[in-house]
Design a protein around this ligand. Structure first.
Ligand SMILES: Nc1ncnc2c1ncn2[C@@H]1O[C@H](COP(=O)(O)OP(=O)(O)OP(=O)(O)O)[C@@H](O)[C@H]1O
Length: 317
């Protein structure tokens, strides 16, 4: 059995004197050595949970323990063991790239030479050695984010918490970051990864916690979550420009539908009705659908399925 690093026990967070419930009665554990993805849409309560995990926020109710002790009673130990990458602007902005990395390494107890060597290695890995003498505030948004990832990596702390690590990055850098995360995990690091990029997260996470409206809707291994929609097939439908709602209204009768872009619909249907749906699409001439494809469900579909189910239960449907 893997050791439990984090124990989140019936945690709730209220803002604005109780008017905003950012998270509601969340209970989960993080196991040593895993990559746990925390998925949810904007405003779901993901960052609030992370702030509680690093001790920046004391939960209104419940407790977050790190190796068995309340996080807020040992923020120093947590800071020494948990590397955190936030979405917020970089506090090291006036430092040069190399200084920012070395400074962070030194704060984590590295010797000067060791920190300088690791900073150089990281810059090489990220293809950013040319930028080492530039101030962070003079970098592009994406470059600054890459250096932010570097500051999480330096010192090789045993736990990494990354809040939307690939936001603003181009495809090559996104791949690089996912590879760095996977590599660190193979070397033993536990990773908690907040994202709404479900498609990319699927490639790296071991388990997934789905959060919306502050509540934990599901937590399990990706394969187990996928079993929930295993008996379904996914239709990806591209609608005619400006006629998405019309197409959605016609297709909703066949299964669980969600809108996924200006002219893209995703329809999850039971395997038994798939041939009927196909027949309907092909033979119904008025249907404003330009292209369709049938695929097995992805983690993204599981996510929408779980979220949709929670919405339906909440509305009593
Ligand atoms: N300091 C605050 N004061 C008041 N309300 C807040 C505060 N921080 C967050 N909230 C609210 O709490 C809810 C959860 O916010 P949170 O930032 O945790 O969501 P998130 O899932 O991280 O969203 P995103 O993906 O957009 O970053 C939102 O409704 C948000 O508006």
């Amino acid at each position: 059995m893997a050791r439990i690093i984090y124990e989140i026990d019936h945690v709730s967070q209220l803002y604005k004197r109780g008017k905003v419930k950012a998270n509601v009665d969340i209970t989960l554990q993080v196991q040593e050595g895993e990559i746990l993805g925390v998925l949810g849409p904007n405003g779901a309560g993901k960052s609030t949970l992370i702030k509680q995990m690093i001790g920046h926020l004391q939960p209104t109710e419940g407790k977050v323990s790190f190796y068995g002790t309340d996080v807020v009673q040992q923020t120093r130990r947590v800071a020494q063991q948990v590397a955190y990458y936030s979405q917020e602007p970089h506090v090291l902005a006036s430092l040069k790239v190399q200084e920012a990395l070395v400074f962070t390494g030194r704060l984590r107890g590295m010797a000067k030479l060791e920190a300088e060597c690791q900073a150089e290695e990281l810059l090489e890995m990220m293809g950013m050695t040319e930028l080492r003498r530039k101030q962070l505030k003079h970098l592009s948004g994406g470059q600054r984010r890459m250096i932010g990832i570097g500051t999480v990596m330096i010192g090789s702390l045993p736990v990494m918490i990354l809040d939307e690590p690939t936001n603003e990055l181009d495809p090559a850098n996104r791949r690089l970051v996912w590879n760095l995360i996977k590599e660190r995990n193979l070397q033993g690091a536990t990773v908690i990864l907040v994202t709404h990029n479900v498609l990319e997260a699927e490639q790296v996470v071991d388990r997934v916690a789905v959060i919306n409206h502050g509540r934990l809707l599901a937590i399990d291994a990706v394969a187990k979550l996928k079993q929930k929609v295993d008996q379904r097939l996914k239709f990806e439908l591209i609608t005619e420009f400006g006629r998405r709602e019309e197409a959605a209204a016609a297709m909703r009768q066949w299964g669980h539908l969600h809108i996924n872009g200006e002219n893209r619909l995703i329809l999850l249907v039971d395997k038994e009705s798939a041939s009927q749906v196909l027949d309907y699409i092909v033979h119904f001439p008025e249907l404003p659908i330009e292209e369709y494809a049938v695929k097995p469900p992805s983690l993204e579909d599981v996510y929408f399925h779980i979220d949709g189910q929670a919405e339906r239960e909440a509305s009593g449907a």
